[in-house]
Design a protein around this ligand. Structure first.
Ligand SMILES: *Cc1c(COP(=O)(O)O)cnc(C)c1O
Length: 379
């Protein structure tokens, strides 16, 4: 028999327990929705992980139990993305924002030069951070179209002596997404924070991929880095250990205490993705979710999305109302209908529906129904 955890105090009548609570449709850009099945499993294992009588949060990261959790998560991620042994998979802290610094510190080399493509707010932040460390050539930018397009690769002015080419495949704020993988003989570096695991990906095209977890991987606090092994070990002597990919790779991402609980939850999400049918299945569902939402926006005559059609994000769908004085009413009504976190990023306003893997198609249907109803009443 496994030892049973002691009973929790009975909830008072006003306490909403997980069983009777109605979960909302959560369109948050990040930290974002997690699969309900994953949360339920985590809840069931919270006090007593697999009969060990303690929570994952309370385990040593060096314990057999946790090492197994960590290794299984890595194995499942490798399987989902078909990652070859030529790549190391790291589970780090500091978010994607720390990768804006770690990438140049580790990959710029002695020439300290790299090419960046500017397609929106996250590109701008990556560029700004890289400039602290070396020379950034902005090889292309869509700033002149208010980031509503992706500059075609034949317009890019890539430099011969760049150590790598960095781009942002999905701009989370602008809802702008590349419909192609750039061609380059330099290591290609991608900030996949908001689109990783939304569909199959050919990892072999990349030198390095990074993604903060809180969009499509798991809870905030952990960052996945997938890096080709030959690119590891190029940081200079002055680079602090915690910012050196080599140190993390040599120590299995346990040079210091990793965010164990976030790692465990990410592992549960990977298992969930496999159970759904893997990334091919996710791609089918995600494409359908995005297409029906854009289709409705375009035909509504009331809502609009500014992004060029073939560069529209599958994950983040910004839209504006014909009359922005209705924004507050729209958001209030949405909240009343259980549709949460639809306000656009504070820098751009309007609305944004983030429809990551864990946002079910039924949530998108409910959103479209609400939007239709609202347009009818206010159009
Ligand atoms: C959210 C996001 C970031 C920032 O992630 P943090 O983990 O908060 O540092 C960077 N890039 C993209 C594309 C994002 O969506």
């Amino acid at each position: 028999m496994t030892p049973r955890p002691r009973r929790l105090p009975r909830p008072t009548p006003t306490t909403r327990t997980a069983d009777i609570m109605t979960r909302v449709h959560n369109f948050c850009a990040g930290p974002a929705a997690l699969p309900e099945e994953v949360l339920k499993q985590a809840a069931s294992e919270m006090l007593d992980y697999h009969g060990r009588g303690l929570s994952v949060m309370e385990m040593s990261h060096r314990s057999d139990e946790f090492v197994a959790i960590a290794e299984t998560a890595e194995r499942d991620l490798r399987e989902l993305l078909n990652i070859s042994d030529d790549y190391a998979v790291l589970f780090l802290q500091g978010g994607a924002s720390q990768q804006f610094a770690m990438v140049p510190m580790n990959l710029m080399g002695e020439k300290r030069k790299a090419d960046y493509i500017n397609t929106g707010q996250w590109s701008i932040k990556a560029i700004k951070e890289a400039r602290r460390y070396g020379t950034v050539n902005v090889a292309a930018s869509s700033e002149d179209t208010a980031f509503s397009t992706v500059p075609p690769q034949n317009t890019w002015a890539l430099s011969d002596d760049a150590a790598y080419v960095h781009y942002t495949p999905n701009e989370t704020i602008g809802g702008l997404e590349y419909s192609f993988v750039p061609e380059t003989d330099k290591p290609l570096v991608a900030d996949l924070s908001s689109t990783i695991l939304s569909r199959p990906l050919d990892v072999s095209r990349y030198g390095l991929i990074y993604a903060g977890a809180q969009k499509n991987i798991g809870p905030a606090g952990i960052t996945v880095v997938i890096v080709r092994r030959d690119l590891i070990g190029r940081a200079g002597e002055q680079v602090p250990a915690m910012l050196d990919y080599r140190i993390h790779a040599e120590n299995g991402s346990m040079y210091n205490t990793p965010p164990t609980y976030a790692w465990y939850l990410a592992g549960l999400v990977f298992k969930w993705l496999k159970a759904q049918g893997g990334l091919t299945h996710m791609a089918t569902v995600n494409r359908r979710k995005a297409e029906k939402l854009y289709h409705y926006i375009d035909e509504s005559g009331f809502y609009s999305n500014p992004v060029e059609r073939h560069s529209r994000s599958w994950m983040n769908v910004p839209f504006v109302l014909a009359d922005d004085s209705l924004d507050k009413t729209f958001l209030k009504g949405a909240e009343g209908a259980g549709l949460l976190n639809l306000a656009g990023h504070r820098s751009v306003g309007g609305m944004r529906a983030s429809i990551y893997n864990a946002v079910p198609e039924a949530a998108v249907d409910a959103l479209i129904n609400y939007m239709k109803d609202f347009a009818q009443r206010h159009g």
